[in-house]
Ligand binder design. Structure first.
Ligand code: FE2
Length: 407
């Protein structure tokens, strides 16, 4: 069976190379920028990459090889995957190009070196190293940030610094969940340049799983945002592809919802998604809060589904202040392990809102006027969250023991 799998993988990789054709147009080559890695398929055996170029020459490609060093990219065992390239109109009559490629048939728990670029132009990214998910991670941590929402390069320095601190504290963290409002205006490619540029050393190797915020999707259009990320294509029919999806990692099932549009379609999708979920812990990430400094009332139906399926943690954004709810069920405070905890990890960007009034559901609620991040650690028996400011000071933490009956 394993040989059939390996054979299919080799054929697929060779097929991808054979399909290369000569370039149809020749412009001055530009180096890949805005490089980011994400999960699109199984995190144990696949890894997706997205990057931009300002011009194109030939076919954009991803090359991958096992190990943390590569002596030559001409070796016959280098895996080569052709990217899907899309022309992006960035305004003012100018165009850029978004490229997405996915490495498949990787080994679990293994380091790979990769580069993206084009054979014809000779413009390649610096090699970077990724690690696939181990077969059964006993425990893992991911970093949660939200609302980096900058405009200038200086604004995004704070975002880069927040990630530096997060990975300084949690060097083994497996991925990032960003809770939305990545930039102030998604039509300004310069803002994306700064978003990716200031965090490049992390985003080239640590998957960033994005949530769509109201600054990412404007009046039902999220194209500029979604063009930057290759995420699972398993969302609701009717939702904007790239804004609603779910994936498993370790003992967690992680669901990303889009609070900006198609709420109804996502409600029935959410019920079906959670119905088939067998993971011990369920985490939802969405931008506008069900329970934060304020409440987004249009998502009441989602809260009923969270209650029905015992969602453990809901990561939120939008309010630009820190808030953690008591465990809630049907809007009422319940003992730990019997309800859903709702968190907003302040902001990883330049804007801090003044603190809203405390509500009955707030266990912790403050404005420290400093960028923050949260680290969520999941094992079979426990889920914990620790919230830090960007100076590395621990400001809040809680742990939930596994609560499902019969487990
Ligand atoms: Fe927002």
């Amino acid at each position: 069976m394993i040989w059939i799998f390996v054979g299919i993988c080799i054929l697929l990789a060779v097929g991808l190379v054979v399909r290369q054709t000569k370039p149809s147009n020749v412009q001055p080559p530009t180096s890949p920028k805005s490089i980011v890695t994400t999960f699109k398929g199984d995190p144990q055996t696949t890894r997706a990459f997205t990057w931009y170029t300002e011009s194109v020459e030939g076919h954009a490609m991803l090359q991958v090889t096992e190990g943390t060093k590569v002596d030559s990219w001409d070796r016959p065992d280098i895996l080569t995957f052709t990217a899907k390239s899309t022309q992006i109109n960035i305004g003012g009559g100018k165009r850029q190009y978004a490229h997405q490629a996915e490495a498949i048939c990787l080994k679990p728990g293994t380091s790979y070196t990769y580069r993206v670029g084009s054979e014809q132009s000779g413009a390649w990214s610096d090699p970077a190293v990724i690690v696939t998910e181990p077969v059964s991670p006993e425990t893992f941590t991911f970093v949660n940030v939200t609302d980096s929402q900058g405009e200038s390069e200086a604004d995004f320095k704070a975002w880069g610094h927040t990630l530096d601190q997060a990975f300084g504290k949690f060097p083994e963290a497996s991925f990032i969940v960003h809770n939305g409002d990545l930039t102030e205006d998604p039509d300004q490619e310069k803002e994306w340049d700064s978003f990716f540029g200031q965090a490049a050393k992390w985003l080239v190797k640590i998957p960033l799983m994005p949530v769509t915020g109201n600054h990412d999707e404007i009046q039902g259009n999220a194209e500029r945002f979604t063009s930057h990320f290759a995420v699972p294509a398993n969302g609701a029919e009717g939702a904007i592809p790239g804004t609603n999806y779910s994936f498993n990692y370790g003992y967690a099932h992680i669901v990303v919802l889009d609070t900006e549009s198609n709420l109804k379609a996502q409600t029935s999708w959410l019920r079906a998604d959670l119905q088939s979920n067998r993971q011990p812990w369920t985490i939802v990430a969405m931008h506008r809060p069900a329970y934060g400094g304020n409440r987004y009332e249009k998502i009441e139906d989602w809260i009923k589904v969270f209650d029905e399926f015992g969602v453990d943690l809901v990561l939120q954004g939008h309010n630009h202040e820190y808030s953690r709810s008591y465990p809630l069920r049907d809007g009422k405070i319940v003992p730990g392990g019997e309800g859903t905890v709702y968190v907003i990890a302040n902001t990883a960007g330049p804007k801090f809102n003044s603190l809203k009034k405390d509500k009955y559901y707030h266990a912790v609620h403050f404005q420290n006027n400093k960028q923050m991040f949260a680290a969520v650690t999941v094992s079979e028996r426990a889920l914990s969250l620790q919230a830090y400011d960007a100076d590395g000071k621990l400001l809040d933490e809680f742990t939930q023991q596994r609560s499902r009956s019969g487990d």
